[in-house]
Design a protein around this ligand. Structure first.
Ligand SMILES: [Zn+2]
Ligand SMILES: [Zn+2]
Ligand SMILES: [Zn+2]
Length: 314
């Protein structure tokens, strides 16, 4: 086996915050980010607007290594520096947009009632007043930000920059697209936030009963749930098995055959499906999706690997 890259010197999170806790250094990162390529020392210093070479040099030196690359051609951002600039520019640090609960002309796949969305704390939350939704909010470990008795369909992360200049339906499209693309990455072992490796844990409710809404035992509509956590950063997905199935080519082909883009229109097909648990230890379950009167039954094992697939009509 070929060995991978070796590790360079570490910079602890505490040290990173100390390095970044300075206006001039953040300005240097932002100028390099705006420029988008390699800058000479003089061009960079002029753009940052510092006349004293020594002082500028001191701050630049602190960034060179982990945040800024120095080559013969000049200075450019490394990925960690890029991420700092993105965090600031995407408004994560500076903006706090909000949207009150708003009903959309978009129906719930469980009950056919129009759904409502709200946006705050970097999340678009989806609710339905016609059914119990997918999860009991408290059980997901996230504090409910809204006082509503509507069923909760889940939420999508979206940075404040993503909430600017978008109407509520556009917010749903944008956040769901972002979420589905991130789930394709996670399902293939790649953290969408930092590129690290991810770990997958599949759980199944052994006494599941959710005929009329949520199960009394697990407080969820679906018994099979998955958590995918990054081994390097706090990125984590916690939700229904469909979040992993979105990466399966056979299922994607079926959805595409129905005229729906399985990745960019995930909210049009992935919210609800019938679940059949054949065995809980080890797990074997089938998920049945119906689109336009055609169905696909996807059978998975305990790792959510697809072991069988049946389309009807064939
Ligand atoms: Zn509903
Ligand atoms: Zn249950
Ligand atoms: Zn990560």
């Amino acid at each position: 086996m070929t060995s991978g890259p070796t590790e360079g010197p570490d910079l602890s999170p505490e040290e990173a915050f100390v390095v970044l806790g300075n206006e001039t250094r953040l300005k240097i990162l932002q100028v390099l980010g705006d420029h988008g390529g390699v800058m000479s020392f003089t061009a960079l210093r002029n753009a940052v607007g510092i006349r004293q070479g020594g002082q500028f040099n001191y701050h630049l030196d602190k960034l060179v290594g982990h945040f800024v690359a120095k080559t013969e051609a000049g200075y450019s951002l490394r990925i960690p520096g890029q991420r700092i600039v993105e965090a600031v520019l995407s408004g994560t640090v500076t903006m706090d947009p909000k949207l009150d609960l708003t009903e959309l002309e978009f129906t719930c796949r469980i009950c056919g009632h129009p759904i409502s969305v709200s946006y705050q704390l970097e999340r678009l939350e989806l609710y339905c007043s016609g059914c119990a939704g997918q999860y009991k909010r408290e059980e997901k470990g996230r504090e409910s930000v809204l006082d509503t008795s509507d069923g909760w369909l889940g939420g999508y992360q979206l940075s404040p920059a993503g909430a600017v200049d978008r109407n509520p339906i556009e917010l749903l499209y944008a956040s769901s697209l972002r979420s589905h693309l991130a789930n394709v990455a996670r399902s293939n072992g790649l953290c969408p936030a930092c590129d690290g490796r991810v770990e997958r844990v599949v759980t199944v409710c052994e006494d599941h009963s959710a005929q009329d809404g949520l199960c009394d035992v697990c407080q969820r509509r679906h018994a099979v749930q998955v958590t995918i956590s990054c081994t390097q950063c706090p990125d984590e997905l916690d939700g229904m098995a469909v979040n992993v199935l979105v990466a399966d080519l056979g299922l994607r082909r079926f959805v595409a055959d129905q005229g729906i883009d399985p990745l960019t229109e995930g909210f049009r097909w992935g919210w609800d499906y019938e679940e059949q648990i054949h065995s809980t230890d080890p797990l074997e379950a089938s998920f049945i999706f119906e689109i336009n009167g055609e169905t696909i039954a996807v059978t998975v094992n305990e790792s959510l690997d697809v072991v069988d697939m049946e389309v009807d009509p064939p």
